[in-house]
Design a protein around this ligand. Structure first.
Ligand SMILES: Cc1ncc(C[n+]2csc(CCOP(=O)(O)OP(=O)(O)O)c2C)c(N)n1
Length: 573
Protein backbone atom coordinates (compact mmCIF):
# COMPACT_ATOMS: atom_id res chain seq x y z
CA UNK A 1 0.00 0.00 0.00
CA UNK A 2 1.32 3.44 -0.91
CA UNK A 3 0.57 5.69 2.08
CA UNK A 4 1.17 9.40 1.71
CA UNK A 5 3.22 11.17 4.34
CA UNK A 6 2.44 14.79 5.21
CA UNK A 7 4.30 17.27 7.40
CA UNK A 8 3.37 20.76 8.62
CA UNK A 9 6.06 22.94 7.08
CA UNK A 10 6.67 26.65 6.65
CA UNK A 11 7.22 27.91 3.11
CA UNK A 12 10.97 28.02 3.72
CA UNK A 13 11.03 24.47 5.09
CA UNK A 14 8.87 23.21 2.22
CA UNK A 15 11.25 24.85 -0.27
CA UNK A 16 14.23 23.21 1.43
CA UNK A 17 12.46 19.82 1.56
CA UNK A 18 11.65 20.15 -2.16
CA UNK A 19 15.26 21.02 -2.97
CA UNK A 20 16.43 18.01 -0.96
CA UNK A 21 14.03 15.74 -2.85
CA UNK A 22 15.31 17.25 -6.11
CA UNK A 23 18.74 15.81 -5.31
CA UNK A 24 20.35 18.96 -3.88
CA UNK A 25 23.94 18.41 -2.79
CA UNK A 26 25.20 21.90 -1.89
CA UNK A 27 23.73 24.99 -0.22
CA UNK A 28 25.35 28.31 0.66
CA UNK A 29 23.69 31.10 2.61
CA UNK A 30 24.15 33.94 5.09
CA UNK A 31 21.42 34.39 7.73
CA UNK A 32 18.73 37.02 7.26
CA UNK A 33 14.99 37.18 7.87
CA UNK A 34 12.85 35.92 6.14
CA UNK A 35 15.31 33.45 4.52
CA UNK A 36 17.18 31.89 7.46
CA UNK A 37 15.14 28.70 7.92
CA UNK A 38 15.97 27.45 4.43
CA UNK A 39 19.59 26.68 5.25
CA UNK A 40 18.75 25.71 8.84
CA UNK A 41 16.37 23.02 7.52
CA UNK A 42 18.97 21.72 5.06
CA UNK A 43 21.59 21.15 7.77
CA UNK A 44 19.73 17.98 8.89
CA UNK A 45 20.59 16.12 5.65
CA UNK A 46 23.91 14.27 5.41
CA UNK A 47 23.51 14.28 1.61
CA UNK A 48 23.65 18.12 1.52
CA UNK A 49 26.80 20.13 2.19
CA UNK A 50 25.05 23.11 3.79
CA UNK A 51 27.15 26.06 4.92
CA UNK A 52 26.75 29.44 6.56
CA UNK A 53 29.14 31.48 4.49
CA UNK A 54 30.75 34.67 5.77
CA UNK A 55 28.56 36.86 3.55
CA UNK A 56 26.21 36.60 0.60
CA UNK A 57 28.79 37.19 -2.12
CA UNK A 58 30.82 34.30 -0.74
CA UNK A 59 27.71 32.13 -0.34
CA UNK A 60 26.74 32.82 -3.93
CA UNK A 61 30.17 32.01 -5.32
CA UNK A 62 30.63 28.76 -3.39
CA UNK A 63 27.16 27.63 -4.46
CA UNK A 64 27.88 28.58 -8.08
CA UNK A 65 31.19 26.71 -7.88
CA UNK A 66 29.35 23.60 -6.69
CA UNK A 67 27.07 23.84 -9.72
CA UNK A 68 30.14 24.18 -11.97
CA UNK A 69 31.55 21.09 -10.24
CA UNK A 70 28.44 19.16 -11.28
CA UNK A 71 26.04 19.01 -8.31
CA UNK A 72 22.64 20.67 -7.88
CA UNK A 73 23.20 23.72 -5.74
CA UNK A 74 21.18 26.39 -3.93
CA UNK A 75 21.91 29.92 -2.75
CA UNK A 76 19.51 31.63 -0.34
CA UNK A 77 19.39 34.99 1.40
CA UNK A 78 17.11 37.82 2.29
CA UNK A 79 16.45 40.38 -0.46
CA UNK A 80 19.24 42.80 0.56
CA UNK A 81 21.67 39.89 0.61
CA UNK A 82 21.21 39.70 -3.15
CA UNK A 83 22.75 43.19 -3.37
CA UNK A 84 25.92 41.83 -1.76
CA UNK A 85 25.90 38.92 -4.26
CA UNK A 86 25.11 41.06 -7.31
CA UNK A 87 28.59 41.01 -8.79
CA UNK A 88 28.79 37.23 -9.36
CA UNK A 89 25.04 37.07 -10.04
CA UNK A 90 25.13 39.37 -13.06
CA UNK A 91 27.96 37.43 -14.67
CA UNK A 92 26.66 33.96 -13.75
CA UNK A 93 23.73 34.84 -16.03
CA UNK A 94 26.29 35.01 -18.86
CA UNK A 95 28.39 31.96 -17.98
CA UNK A 96 25.41 29.78 -17.20
CA UNK A 97 25.71 26.75 -14.94
CA UNK A 98 26.60 23.06 -15.08
CA UNK A 99 24.26 21.23 -12.65
CA UNK A 100 21.06 23.07 -11.64
CA UNK A 101 21.61 26.30 -9.70
CA UNK A 102 18.79 28.15 -7.95
CA UNK A 103 19.08 31.58 -6.31
CA UNK A 104 16.48 32.09 -3.59
CA UNK A 105 15.63 35.66 -2.64
CA UNK A 106 13.33 36.09 0.36
CA UNK A 107 11.82 39.55 -0.01
CA UNK A 108 10.29 41.46 2.86
CA UNK A 109 7.34 43.61 1.72
CA UNK A 110 6.36 45.66 4.73
CA UNK A 111 9.92 45.65 6.13
CA UNK A 112 9.10 43.39 9.07
CA UNK A 113 12.82 43.05 9.72
CA UNK A 114 14.79 44.82 7.02
CA UNK A 115 16.40 48.11 6.15
CA UNK A 116 14.40 48.51 2.92
CA UNK A 117 11.66 46.75 0.94
CA UNK A 118 13.29 46.43 -2.47
CA UNK A 119 11.39 44.25 -4.92
CA UNK A 120 13.78 41.66 -6.31
CA UNK A 121 11.52 40.67 -9.20
CA UNK A 122 13.30 43.50 -10.98
CA UNK A 123 16.61 41.70 -10.54
CA UNK A 124 15.41 38.85 -12.79
CA UNK A 125 14.78 41.34 -15.59
CA UNK A 126 18.02 43.20 -14.91
CA UNK A 127 20.13 40.01 -14.86
CA UNK A 128 18.09 38.34 -17.65
CA UNK A 129 17.33 35.17 -15.72
CA UNK A 130 14.01 33.35 -15.21
CA UNK A 131 11.90 34.17 -12.16
CA UNK A 132 9.67 31.70 -10.29
CA UNK A 133 7.25 32.79 -7.57
CA UNK A 134 5.25 30.36 -5.41
CA UNK A 135 2.22 31.61 -3.50
CA UNK A 136 2.17 28.94 -0.76
CA UNK A 137 4.43 26.37 0.96
CA UNK A 138 3.15 23.48 -1.19
CA UNK A 139 3.88 25.50 -4.32
CA UNK A 140 7.33 26.37 -2.95
CA UNK A 141 8.06 22.66 -2.71
CA UNK A 142 6.69 21.89 -6.16
CA UNK A 143 8.20 24.92 -7.94
CA UNK A 144 11.71 24.43 -6.56
CA UNK A 145 11.96 21.07 -8.33
CA UNK A 146 10.91 22.71 -11.57
CA UNK A 147 13.43 25.50 -10.92
CA UNK A 148 16.29 22.96 -11.00
CA UNK A 149 14.93 21.46 -14.22
CA UNK A 150 14.58 24.88 -15.89
CA UNK A 151 18.09 25.77 -14.75
CA UNK A 152 19.54 22.67 -16.40
CA UNK A 153 17.34 22.79 -19.51
CA UNK A 154 18.29 26.41 -20.30
CA UNK A 155 21.79 26.51 -18.75
CA UNK A 156 20.88 29.41 -16.47
CA UNK A 157 20.63 30.33 -12.80
CA UNK A 158 16.96 30.63 -11.78
CA UNK A 159 15.76 33.36 -9.42
CA UNK A 160 13.23 31.95 -6.93
CA UNK A 161 11.35 34.63 -5.03
CA UNK A 162 9.76 34.06 -1.64
CA UNK A 163 8.15 36.83 0.40
CA UNK A 164 7.74 36.97 4.18
CA UNK A 165 4.17 35.64 4.00
CA UNK A 166 5.01 32.71 1.72
CA UNK A 167 8.19 31.95 3.66
CA UNK A 168 6.59 31.88 7.10
CA UNK A 169 3.08 30.54 6.41
CA UNK A 170 2.65 26.87 7.39
CA UNK A 171 0.87 24.20 5.41
CA UNK A 172 0.57 20.42 5.47
CA UNK A 173 2.95 19.40 2.72
CA UNK A 174 3.40 15.97 1.19
CA UNK A 175 6.86 14.49 1.76
CA UNK A 176 8.38 12.60 -1.14
CA UNK A 177 11.41 10.47 -1.95
CA UNK A 178 14.79 12.03 -2.70
CA UNK A 179 15.78 11.74 -6.32
CA UNK A 180 19.46 10.81 -6.56
CA UNK A 181 21.07 12.65 -9.44
CA UNK A 182 24.42 11.69 -10.87
CA UNK A 183 27.11 14.37 -10.74
CA UNK A 184 27.72 16.04 -14.08
CA UNK A 185 31.34 15.97 -15.21
CA UNK A 186 33.26 19.25 -15.11
CA UNK A 187 34.72 20.00 -18.50
CA UNK A 188 37.42 22.61 -19.01
CA UNK A 189 35.60 25.11 -21.19
CA UNK A 190 37.04 28.64 -21.03
CA UNK A 191 34.46 29.99 -23.50
CA UNK A 192 31.83 29.11 -20.94
CA UNK A 193 33.52 29.65 -17.61
CA UNK A 194 36.10 32.38 -18.25
CA UNK A 195 34.21 35.63 -18.58
CA UNK A 196 36.82 37.81 -20.25
CA UNK A 197 35.44 40.37 -22.74
CA UNK A 198 35.78 38.23 -25.89
CA UNK A 199 33.95 35.29 -24.29
CA UNK A 200 31.42 37.38 -22.40
CA UNK A 201 30.47 39.25 -25.60
CA UNK A 202 29.49 36.01 -27.28
CA UNK A 203 27.76 34.85 -24.13
CA UNK A 204 25.68 38.01 -24.09
CA UNK A 205 24.32 37.18 -27.54
CA UNK A 206 23.51 33.65 -26.34
CA UNK A 207 21.82 35.12 -23.28
CA UNK A 208 19.46 37.18 -25.45
CA UNK A 209 18.64 34.05 -27.48
CA UNK A 210 18.11 32.10 -24.26
CA UNK A 211 15.58 34.68 -23.10
CA UNK A 212 13.50 34.11 -26.25
CA UNK A 213 13.50 30.37 -25.58
CA UNK A 214 12.64 30.94 -21.93
CA UNK A 215 9.72 33.09 -23.00
CA UNK A 216 8.43 30.25 -25.19
CA UNK A 217 8.66 28.00 -22.13
CA UNK A 218 6.86 30.62 -20.03
CA UNK A 219 3.96 30.56 -22.56
CA UNK A 220 3.50 26.81 -22.23
CA UNK A 221 4.29 26.05 -18.61
CA UNK A 222 1.59 25.21 -16.07
CA UNK A 223 3.31 27.69 -13.76
CA UNK A 224 1.37 30.42 -15.60
CA UNK A 225 -2.26 29.50 -15.62
CA UNK A 226 -5.47 31.13 -16.80
CA UNK A 227 -8.64 30.66 -14.72
CA UNK A 228 -11.63 32.03 -16.62
CA UNK A 229 -14.69 32.84 -14.49
CA UNK A 230 -16.56 36.17 -14.58
CA UNK A 231 -15.44 37.91 -17.76
CA UNK A 232 -16.19 41.41 -16.43
CA UNK A 233 -13.16 41.44 -14.10
CA UNK A 234 -9.77 39.75 -14.46
CA UNK A 235 -6.62 39.90 -12.33
CA UNK A 236 -3.05 39.35 -13.43
CA UNK A 237 -1.22 38.52 -10.23
CA UNK A 238 1.64 36.62 -8.58
CA UNK A 239 2.97 35.36 -5.23
CA UNK A 240 0.73 35.57 -2.15
CA UNK A 241 -1.36 38.30 -3.79
CA UNK A 242 -2.98 35.49 -5.81
CA UNK A 243 -4.48 34.11 -2.58
CA UNK A 244 -5.71 37.57 -1.55
CA UNK A 245 -7.39 37.95 -4.96
CA UNK A 246 -9.08 34.54 -4.67
CA UNK A 247 -10.29 35.40 -1.18
CA UNK A 248 -11.66 38.83 -2.11
CA UNK A 249 -12.95 38.20 -5.64
CA UNK A 250 -13.58 34.43 -5.87
CA UNK A 251 -15.81 34.95 -8.89
CA UNK A 252 -13.23 36.90 -10.94
CA UNK A 253 -11.01 35.55 -13.73
CA UNK A 254 -7.30 35.27 -12.97
CA UNK A 255 -4.02 34.88 -14.80
CA UNK A 256 -1.73 33.52 -12.09
CA UNK A 257 1.94 34.04 -12.85
CA UNK A 258 4.17 31.41 -11.24
CA UNK A 259 6.93 32.12 -13.76
CA UNK A 260 6.76 35.89 -13.77
CA UNK A 261 9.80 36.51 -15.98
CA UNK A 262 10.11 36.26 -18.93
CA UNK A 263 6.45 37.25 -19.12
CA UNK A 264 4.18 34.93 -21.18
CA UNK A 265 3.07 37.68 -23.57
CA UNK A 266 0.83 35.48 -25.71
CA UNK A 267 -0.94 34.11 -22.65
CA UNK A 268 -1.36 37.64 -21.33
CA UNK A 269 -2.91 38.75 -24.64
CA UNK A 270 -5.18 35.70 -24.70
CA UNK A 271 -6.37 36.48 -21.17
CA UNK A 272 -6.82 40.19 -21.89
CA UNK A 273 -8.90 39.41 -24.98
CA UNK A 274 -11.37 37.45 -22.86
CA UNK A 275 -11.82 39.79 -19.91
CA UNK A 276 -13.26 43.33 -19.84
CA UNK A 277 -11.45 45.01 -16.96
CA UNK A 278 -7.85 43.94 -16.24
CA UNK A 279 -6.29 44.64 -12.84
CA UNK A 280 -2.60 44.15 -12.06
CA UNK A 281 -2.50 42.99 -8.42
CA UNK A 282 1.01 42.77 -6.94
CA UNK A 283 3.04 43.89 -3.92
CA UNK A 284 5.58 46.73 -3.97
CA UNK A 285 6.76 47.73 -7.49
CA UNK A 286 4.37 47.92 -10.49
CA UNK A 287 6.37 45.16 -12.20
CA UNK A 288 3.42 43.40 -13.88
CA UNK A 289 1.53 46.66 -14.48
CA UNK A 290 4.42 48.30 -16.32
CA UNK A 291 4.82 45.24 -18.52
CA UNK A 292 1.12 45.27 -19.43
CA UNK A 293 1.29 48.97 -20.28
CA UNK A 294 4.40 48.36 -22.36
CA UNK A 295 2.44 45.70 -24.27
CA UNK A 296 -0.32 48.25 -24.89
CA UNK A 297 -2.80 46.47 -22.60
CA UNK A 298 -5.06 48.85 -20.69
CA UNK A 299 -5.09 47.89 -17.04
CA UNK A 300 -5.81 49.21 -13.59
CA UNK A 301 -2.79 49.23 -11.36
CA UNK A 302 -2.52 50.13 -7.73
CA UNK A 303 -2.30 53.69 -6.45
CA UNK A 304 1.37 54.63 -5.82
CA UNK A 305 0.78 54.67 -2.05
CA UNK A 306 0.27 50.90 -2.27
CA UNK A 307 3.87 50.46 -3.45
CA UNK A 308 4.73 50.90 0.22
CA UNK A 309 4.21 47.98 2.58
CA UNK A 310 2.50 44.63 2.22
CA UNK A 311 -0.89 44.05 0.69
CA UNK A 312 -3.68 42.45 2.69
CA UNK A 313 -6.76 40.69 1.33
CA UNK A 314 -8.75 43.86 2.00
CA UNK A 315 -6.29 45.95 -0.08
CA UNK A 316 -7.48 44.27 -3.29
CA UNK A 317 -10.75 46.26 -3.38
CA UNK A 318 -8.78 49.53 -3.16
CA UNK A 319 -6.53 48.37 -5.98
CA UNK A 320 -9.51 47.58 -8.22
CA UNK A 321 -10.80 51.09 -7.57
CA UNK A 322 -7.32 52.68 -7.74
CA UNK A 323 -7.85 54.19 -4.30
CA UNK A 324 -4.92 55.39 -2.16
CA UNK A 325 -3.80 53.48 0.88
CA UNK A 326 -5.23 54.99 4.04
CA UNK A 327 -3.90 52.63 6.70
CA UNK A 328 -0.23 52.26 7.45
CA UNK A 329 0.98 49.78 10.05
CA UNK A 330 1.86 51.24 13.41
CA UNK A 331 1.35 50.86 17.10
CA UNK A 332 3.10 47.51 17.20
CA UNK A 333 5.38 46.58 20.12
CA UNK A 334 8.49 48.74 20.30
CA UNK A 335 11.60 46.61 19.73
CA UNK A 336 13.95 46.57 22.71
CA UNK A 337 17.18 44.86 23.76
CA UNK A 338 16.46 41.74 25.85
CA UNK A 339 16.79 41.97 29.64
CA UNK A 340 20.40 41.17 30.44
CA UNK A 341 21.64 41.91 26.90
CA UNK A 342 25.29 42.88 27.35
CA UNK A 343 25.05 45.33 24.40
CA UNK A 344 23.15 47.60 26.81
CA UNK A 345 26.22 48.46 28.90
CA UNK A 346 28.11 49.56 25.79
CA UNK A 347 25.37 51.94 24.74
CA UNK A 348 25.00 53.35 28.26
CA UNK A 349 28.75 54.09 28.19
CA UNK A 350 28.61 55.56 24.68
CA UNK A 351 25.69 57.81 25.65
CA UNK A 352 27.73 59.14 28.58
CA UNK A 353 30.75 59.98 26.43
CA UNK A 354 28.54 61.88 23.93
CA UNK A 355 30.49 60.64 20.89
CA UNK A 356 28.88 60.27 17.46
CA UNK A 357 28.34 56.56 16.88
CA UNK A 358 28.55 55.07 13.41
CA UNK A 359 26.40 51.99 13.79
CA UNK A 360 25.73 48.78 11.96
CA UNK A 361 23.08 46.08 11.65
CA UNK A 362 22.46 43.59 14.41
CA UNK A 363 20.68 43.45 17.76
CA UNK A 364 22.75 46.46 18.75
CA UNK A 365 20.92 48.61 16.17
CA UNK A 366 18.29 48.80 18.91
CA UNK A 367 20.73 51.11 20.71
CA UNK A 368 19.53 53.82 18.28
CA UNK A 369 16.12 54.01 19.96
CA UNK A 370 15.43 56.40 22.85
CA UNK A 371 16.11 56.47 25.74
CA UNK A 372 19.50 54.96 24.80
CA UNK A 373 19.63 56.89 21.49
CA UNK A 374 23.35 56.16 21.26
CA UNK A 375 23.73 55.11 17.63
CA UNK A 376 23.60 57.74 14.93
CA UNK A 377 24.03 56.14 11.48
CA UNK A 378 22.95 52.75 10.10
CA UNK A 379 22.88 52.05 6.35
CA UNK A 380 23.78 48.46 5.62
CA UNK A 381 25.95 45.64 6.95
CA UNK A 382 29.58 46.67 7.31
CA UNK A 383 28.96 50.39 6.82
CA UNK A 384 29.81 51.28 10.44
CA UNK A 385 33.58 51.07 9.94
CA UNK A 386 33.65 52.76 6.53
CA UNK A 387 31.35 55.61 7.53
CA UNK A 388 33.34 56.03 10.75
CA UNK A 389 36.52 56.24 8.62
CA UNK A 390 35.38 59.38 6.80
CA UNK A 391 33.24 60.85 9.59
CA UNK A 392 36.26 60.79 11.90
CA UNK A 393 38.50 62.35 9.26
CA UNK A 394 36.09 65.25 8.77
CA UNK A 395 34.68 65.67 12.27
CA UNK A 396 37.68 64.59 14.38
CA UNK A 397 38.66 61.13 15.52
CA UNK A 398 37.97 61.98 19.17
CA UNK A 399 34.31 62.60 18.29
CA UNK A 400 33.34 59.47 16.37
CA UNK A 401 33.26 55.76 17.28
CA UNK A 402 32.23 52.77 15.13
CA UNK A 403 30.16 49.96 16.64
CA UNK A 404 29.75 46.59 14.92
CA UNK A 405 28.82 43.01 15.91
CA UNK A 406 31.11 39.99 15.44
CA UNK A 407 29.08 38.42 12.62
CA UNK A 408 28.75 41.73 10.79
CA UNK A 409 32.46 42.44 11.25
CA UNK A 410 33.34 39.15 9.55
CA UNK A 411 30.63 39.72 6.89
CA UNK A 412 31.93 43.06 5.63
CA UNK A 413 33.36 45.16 8.47
CA UNK A 414 36.83 43.67 8.06
CA UNK A 415 37.34 45.18 4.59
CA UNK A 416 36.42 48.58 6.04
CA UNK A 417 39.01 48.14 8.79
CA UNK A 418 41.72 47.26 6.27
CA UNK A 419 40.71 50.34 4.29
CA UNK A 420 40.73 52.53 7.40
CA UNK A 421 44.21 51.39 8.40
CA UNK A 422 45.56 51.66 4.86
CA UNK A 423 44.16 55.16 4.46
CA UNK A 424 45.49 56.31 7.83
CA UNK A 425 42.18 56.69 9.68
CA UNK A 426 42.42 57.21 13.43
CA UNK A 427 39.94 56.58 16.20
CA UNK A 428 38.05 53.74 17.83
CA UNK A 429 36.18 50.76 16.40
CA UNK A 430 34.22 48.71 18.95
CA UNK A 431 33.39 45.09 18.12
CA UNK A 432 30.49 43.77 20.18
CA UNK A 433 31.46 40.12 20.33
CA UNK A 434 28.60 38.06 21.73
CA UNK A 435 29.95 35.01 19.90
CA UNK A 436 26.95 34.59 17.62
CA UNK A 437 24.66 36.15 15.02
CA UNK A 438 21.98 37.06 17.55
CA UNK A 439 19.66 39.19 15.44
CA UNK A 440 18.68 36.35 13.13
CA UNK A 441 18.35 33.63 15.80
CA UNK A 442 21.92 32.89 16.98
CA UNK A 443 23.58 31.21 14.01
CA UNK A 444 27.30 30.42 14.33
CA UNK A 445 29.90 32.37 12.35
CA UNK A 446 33.67 31.93 11.81
CA UNK A 447 34.52 33.61 15.12
CA UNK A 448 32.33 31.05 16.91
CA UNK A 449 34.36 28.04 15.76
CA UNK A 450 31.29 25.95 14.96
CA UNK A 451 29.74 25.17 11.54
CA UNK A 452 26.10 25.32 10.42
CA UNK A 453 25.96 21.55 11.08
CA UNK A 454 27.18 22.17 14.63
CA UNK A 455 30.61 20.63 13.97
CA UNK A 456 33.77 22.05 15.54
CA UNK A 457 35.97 23.94 13.07
CA UNK A 458 38.82 26.47 12.96
CA UNK A 459 37.92 29.53 15.04
CA UNK A 460 38.70 32.92 13.56
CA UNK A 461 40.95 34.87 15.94
CA UNK A 462 39.41 38.36 15.87
CA UNK A 463 42.26 39.96 17.83
CA UNK A 464 44.92 38.64 15.42
CA UNK A 465 42.75 39.60 12.46
CA UNK A 466 42.36 43.20 13.65
CA UNK A 467 46.09 43.48 14.23
CA UNK A 468 46.76 42.09 10.76
CA UNK A 469 44.37 44.67 9.30
CA UNK A 470 46.59 47.38 10.76
CA UNK A 471 44.95 48.42 14.04
CA UNK A 472 47.52 50.04 16.37
CA UNK A 473 45.77 48.89 19.54
CA UNK A 474 43.62 45.82 20.00
CA UNK A 475 42.18 45.15 23.45
CA UNK A 476 39.57 42.70 24.72
CA UNK A 477 37.40 43.64 27.70
CA UNK A 478 34.16 42.49 29.30
CA UNK A 479 30.98 44.50 29.48
CA UNK A 480 31.02 46.69 32.54
CA UNK A 481 29.80 50.24 31.84
CA UNK A 482 32.62 51.87 33.81
CA UNK A 483 35.47 50.07 32.10
CA UNK A 484 33.92 50.59 28.66
CA UNK A 485 33.49 54.30 29.33
CA UNK A 486 37.10 54.62 30.47
CA UNK A 487 38.37 52.75 27.42
CA UNK A 488 36.31 54.88 25.02
CA UNK A 489 37.83 58.01 26.56
CA UNK A 490 41.34 56.54 26.51
CA UNK A 491 41.30 55.38 22.88
CA UNK A 492 39.44 58.33 21.34
CA UNK A 493 42.05 60.65 22.90
CA UNK A 494 44.88 58.87 21.09
CA UNK A 495 45.86 59.68 17.53
CA UNK A 496 45.81 55.99 16.62
CA UNK A 497 43.52 53.38 15.11
CA UNK A 498 42.21 51.21 17.92
CA UNK A 499 39.89 48.23 18.13
CA UNK A 500 38.13 47.47 21.39
CA UNK A 501 36.57 44.00 21.44
CA UNK A 502 33.89 43.88 24.13
CA UNK A 503 33.40 40.17 24.65
CA UNK A 504 30.52 38.51 26.46
CA UNK A 505 28.07 35.68 26.17
CA UNK A 506 24.72 36.29 24.51
CA UNK A 507 22.13 36.86 27.23
CA UNK A 508 20.14 33.83 26.09
CA UNK A 509 23.19 31.61 26.66
CA UNK A 510 23.80 32.83 30.22
CA UNK A 511 22.74 30.33 32.89
CA UNK A 512 20.20 32.48 34.73
CA UNK A 513 20.06 30.14 37.69
CA UNK A 514 23.64 31.20 38.47
CA UNK A 515 22.87 34.95 38.23
CA UNK A 516 21.70 36.96 41.20
CA UNK A 517 19.21 39.75 40.62
CA UNK A 518 19.91 43.11 42.33
CA UNK A 519 18.32 44.18 45.60
CA UNK A 520 15.94 47.14 45.39
CA UNK A 521 15.70 49.50 48.39
CA UNK A 522 12.57 51.58 47.79
CA UNK A 523 13.40 53.88 50.75
CA UNK A 524 16.62 55.04 49.06
CA UNK A 525 15.11 55.59 45.62
CA UNK A 526 15.08 59.27 44.62
CA UNK A 527 13.05 58.62 41.45
CA UNK A 528 15.77 60.09 39.23
CA UNK A 529 14.98 57.21 36.81
CA UNK A 530 18.57 56.80 35.68
CA UNK A 531 18.02 53.05 36.12
CA UNK A 532 15.05 53.20 33.72
CA UNK A 533 17.11 55.13 31.16
CA UNK A 534 19.03 51.92 30.36
CA UNK A 535 15.87 50.78 28.55
CA UNK A 536 15.54 47.35 30.14
CA UNK A 537 12.13 45.63 30.06
CA UNK A 538 12.84 44.34 33.60
CA UNK A 539 12.91 47.79 35.20
CA UNK A 540 9.96 50.16 34.78
CA UNK A 541 7.90 52.66 36.74
CA UNK A 542 4.27 52.22 37.79
CA UNK A 543 1.47 54.76 37.38
CA UNK A 544 2.55 56.47 40.65
CA UNK A 545 6.09 56.85 39.37
CA UNK A 546 7.57 54.16 41.65
CA UNK A 547 10.42 52.12 40.22
CA UNK A 548 9.52 48.45 39.75
CA UNK A 549 11.99 45.66 39.24
CA UNK A 550 10.46 42.63 37.53
CA UNK A 551 12.33 39.69 39.06
CA UNK A 552 10.89 37.27 36.49
CA UNK A 553 12.49 39.18 33.63
CA UNK A 554 15.70 40.40 35.31
CA UNK A 555 18.79 38.54 34.08
CA UNK A 556 21.13 39.98 36.72
CA UNK A 557 23.38 42.05 34.43
CA UNK A 558 23.47 44.87 37.03
CA UNK A 559 23.68 47.68 34.45
CA UNK A 560 20.85 49.43 36.34
CA UNK A 561 22.87 49.12 39.58
CA UNK A 562 25.79 50.90 37.91
CA UNK A 563 23.41 53.78 37.09
CA UNK A 564 22.07 54.26 40.64
CA UNK A 565 23.92 56.92 42.67
CA UNK A 566 21.74 56.69 45.79
CA UNK A 567 22.05 53.05 46.78
CA UNK A 568 18.48 52.28 45.72
CA UNK A 569 19.78 49.37 43.70
CA UNK A 570 22.44 47.12 45.13
CA UNK A 571 24.35 44.23 43.61
CA UNK A 572 23.27 41.05 45.37
CA UNK A 573 26.43 39.12 46.30
C1 LIG B 1 23.06 42.14 3.57
C2 LIG B 1 22.36 41.66 4.80
N1 LIG B 1 22.45 40.37 5.14
C3 LIG B 1 21.83 39.91 6.24
C4 LIG B 1 21.08 40.75 7.02
C5 LIG B 1 20.36 40.21 8.24
N2 LIG B 1 21.11 40.54 9.46
C6 LIG B 1 20.85 41.63 10.15
S1 LIG B 1 21.93 41.85 11.38
C7 LIG B 1 22.74 40.46 11.07
C8 LIG B 1 23.94 40.00 11.85
C9 LIG B 1 23.89 40.31 13.27
O1 LIG B 1 24.93 39.65 13.95
P1 LIG B 1 26.03 40.43 14.75
O2 LIG B 1 26.66 41.47 13.91
O3 LIG B 1 26.95 39.45 15.36
O4 LIG B 1 25.20 41.19 15.88
P2 LIG B 1 24.20 40.62 17.01
O5 LIG B 1 22.84 40.54 16.40
O6 LIG B 1 24.74 39.31 17.46
O7 LIG B 1 24.21 41.65 18.08
C10 LIG B 1 22.16 39.85 9.99
C11 LIG B 1 22.63 38.58 9.49
C12 LIG B 1 21.01 42.10 6.62
N3 LIG B 1 20.29 43.00 7.31
N4 LIG B 1 21.66 42.54 5.52
Amino acid sequence: MNTKHFKLLSGNEALAQGAFEAGLKFAGSYPGTPATEILEYLTQFKEVDAQWSVNEKVAFEVALGASFAGVRSLYSSKHVGINVAMDPLMTAAYSGINAGFVIVTADDPGLHSSQNEQDNRLIAKFAKIPLLEPSSPSEAKKFIKLAFEISEQFDTPVLFRMTTRVAHTKENVEIGQRQEIENKPFEKNPQKYVMVPANAYKKHILLEEKLIKLQEYSEKTELNKIEINDKELGFITDSVTYLYVKETYPEASVLKLGMTFPFPDKKIKEFASQVKKIVAAEENEPFIEEHLLQMGIRCTGKHYTYRVGELRPESIKDIVENKPKTQYPGGSRRPVLCPGCPHRAVFVALRKTKVIVSGDIGCYTLGSLPPLAALHTTICMGASVTIFDSLSKVLGNDKVVAVIGDSTFVHSGVTGLINAAYNKAKGLVIILDNGTTAMTGAQPNPSTGVTAKNEQTKRLDLEALCRACGADNVEVIDSSCKSIEEKIKEYTAQNKLSVLIVRYALCKMIDRTKQTVPLFHADKCKKCYMCISVDCPAITKDELGNVKLNYNLCAGCNVCVEMCKFGGLEKNK
